[in-house]
Design a protein around this ligand. Structure first.
Ligand code: AKG
Length: 589
């Protein structure tokens, strides 16, 4: 029978419930797929999760952790697919594999890295999941040894070369999870309540480990065949651990069945790592320019009250997803003039039509405005006809005079979003394959009719309660669309999207059921690149190349006319910096 693990006796100093919270808030771990996070060949963070391989250990209360790392393990592909799961077979790891190479570099340079565990890591002695801690940061470790082993695998060779790493606690203090019960309180992350720790629930004595430590000098022996040195790791005897040697993994001429670590190899080792930085991310602070839409402001934060890492999911401030503490940095409003200097890369200096796109480009023409506004509105309109009469794309360029309206709408958007009168949020993506929620890479708010694509239907504000920024954007879009299409479009929904620096809207098509054939959006603030590409016929088909790139700037209105634009193409918008867009649609018409 498996013993029930006790709950954590203390609040972890740094923890999270989703991988995105970790990656957006904790600089030492920013990898969404791999368990090893490295940059420039240096490992910064290593995530321990899942079932242990043979001889993986969590020893001496976690001061020594031995783990197999570096990828190429057996894995399930497309695990959300209906039907039998497809497996990727395990493969031999090589010293040249990027993560193995980086881990080995940390080892040779004695460079500390940060270990994290998730609630599936079987060797952690506490039940993290029961308290809602999905990811927990353990602290700084250094790699005292790295060596290769054979591990059984269900591939053709029945075994693969895996690299093992011995991670040792850097100290100088004891690991935080070994604090005595009296010192600790439990935070129940599911209910958000602080609980007193009940001693009877623990089956683990939390005594201090032996303080007697030894230097890291393990006996090594030289292989007669390859002349390479390997350490004495197993109590059963010494083996050559060079995977390219013919006597690799051979114990007295035979492959070993049972191996245990030698007592000397796993004894406590003295570590002298002083002056390591505090791992708790600092609070974001005001900058000299008072700009609060730069990249640093889009990142998550660490709640000093309860230790939770949270994404920046509200526009107006950071909020802890656990205890709801708030952190706000006051900023200033930005004006369109600040983005005039922006030049997209030379590749996209001008709107660009792919060579084999089949798109017909109508030269910019002057579009006659309706009679009452004729003398003030003269807009350049770029119209692109899609192949096989699939539809048209019109880009109505703003003019300095007409942009006065856009400037005011931009100002109101910022003011109302900052005060929380316009609730801009990052909503969960429905097509997420990661554990936990995964939020869009932009903030949005929907007004008018519900639009399922973002935020579900529950977060929509009817037009009669929508703030003036949204109503102003709707009026401007209606006016410009009438100008370009010579008809009134009965727009009944507006999605306002706000992007901080480096945020974007990924490829998608607005193909919601009941969507009318005209979709029009107003651009405010920074310039953006809008790319169109044909939709892949199926998930398995190779994605086709971009056929059209438009540069959209402050005050421009882009119109997608015809169902075919959404049916045959998808688009992405990549702003060059802080930008707001209001996209109007006709829903359920
Ligand atoms: O212009 C933008 O920022 C994105 C508009 C868009 O693609 C959408 O709302 O679906």
């Amino acid at each position: 029978m498996q013993l029930q693990k006790p709950p954590l006796p203390i609040i972890p100093p740094i923890w999270a419930q989703s991988r995105q919270e970790v990656c957006e808030s904790f600089d030492y771990f920013r990898s969404y797929q791999s368990g090893v996070y490295f940059s420039n060949d240096i490992v910064k963070g290593y995530l321990l999760g899942g079932s242990p391989a043979s001889r993986d250990i969590f020893h001496d209360k976690g001061r020594l952790i031995i783990s197999h790392g570096g990828g190429k393990a057996e894995s399930i592909l497309d695990y959300r697919r209906v039907g039998p799961a497809r497996f990727q077979q395990a493969q031999d790891q090589e010293v040249t594999d990027k993560s193995v190479r980086a881990l080995l570099k940390n080892y040779t340079n004695r460079r500390p890295l940060v270990l994290l565990v998730d609630d599936k890591y079987a060797l952690f002695p506490f039940n993290l999941g029961a308290s809602g801690y999905t990811y927990v940061v353990l602290g700084f470790y250094w790699i005292s040894h790295a060596w290769a082993e054979y591990q059984p695998a269900s591939n053709g060779c029945r075994r693969v070369v895996r690299w093992k790493f011995a991670f040792r606690w850097c100290g100088p203090d004891d690991p935080w999870w070994t604090a005595s019960k009296k010192e600790g309180i439990i935070l129940d992350a599911v209910t958000g309540e602080f609980l007193n720790f009940s001693p009877s629930t623990s089956s683990q004595p939390l005594s201090r480990s032996s303080s007697s430590t030894a230097p890291n000098d393990i006996t090594t022996m030289t292989c007669d065949v390859c002349s390479k040195k390997s350490p004495v790791i197993y109590s059963q005897g010494w083996m050559c651990l060079n995977p390219s040697c013919s006597s690799f993994w051979s114990l007295r001429g035979r492959e070993p069945d049972q191996l245990d670590y030698d007592a000397v190899f796993i004894r406590p080792v003295a570590a002298e790592f002083r002056g390591l930085p505090d791992l708790r991310p600092g609070k974001p602070v005001q900058t000299i320019d008072h700009i609060t839409t730069s990249y640093a402001f889009s990142k998550g934060w660490h709640c000093e009250k309860c230790g939770r890492l949270s994404t920046r999911f509200k526009w107006e401030h950071w909020e802890c997803s656990n205890c709801h503490s708030i952190h706000k940095v006051p900023g200033r409003l930005r004006v369109a003039k600040e983005f005039w200097h922006q030049r997209p890369s030379t590749e996209f200096l001008h709107s660009h039509i792919g060579k084999h796109s089949g798109l017909i480009h109508k030269l910019p023409h002057l579009c006659s405005p309706s009679s009452e506004v004729r003398d003030i509105l003269q807009h350049n309109v770029l119209t692109l006809m899609l192949t096989s009469c699939r539809g048209k794309i019109h880009l109505i360029l703003g003019t300095p005079l007409a942009n006065k309206q856009a400037d005011e709408i931009f100002r109101q958007y910022q003011e109302q979003a900052d005060k929380g009168e316009l609730l801009l949020r990052r909503y969960p993506l429905t097509a997420n394959k990661l554990r936990g929620t995964f939020l869009t890479n932009y903030f949005s708010q929907n007004s008018g009719e519900p639009y399922k694509y973002v935020g579900g239907t529950g977060n929509t504000v009817p037009f009669d309660r929508a703030p003036s920024s949204v109503c102003g954007a709707l009026a401007l879009i209606k006016e410009r669309s009438r100008l370009a299409l010579q008809i009134d479009i009965p727009f009944n929904e507006i999605l306002s999207a706000a992007y901080m620096e480096r945020q974007k809207m990924s490829f998608h098509s607005d193909s919601e059921r009941g969507l009318g054939p005209v979709v029009a959006s107003l651009s405010l603030g920074s310039a953006a690149l809008m790319h169109f590409r044909p939709r892949a016929a199926s998930k398995k088909t190779k994605q086709l190349a971009i056929v059209l790139t438009l540069i959209i700037r402050h005050g421009d209105v882009l119109i997608m006319e015809g169902d075919g634009v959404q049916k045959y193409y998808e688009h992405t918008v990549i702003p060059m910096n802080f930008r707001i867009a209001a996209t109007a649609r006709c829903i359920g018409t």
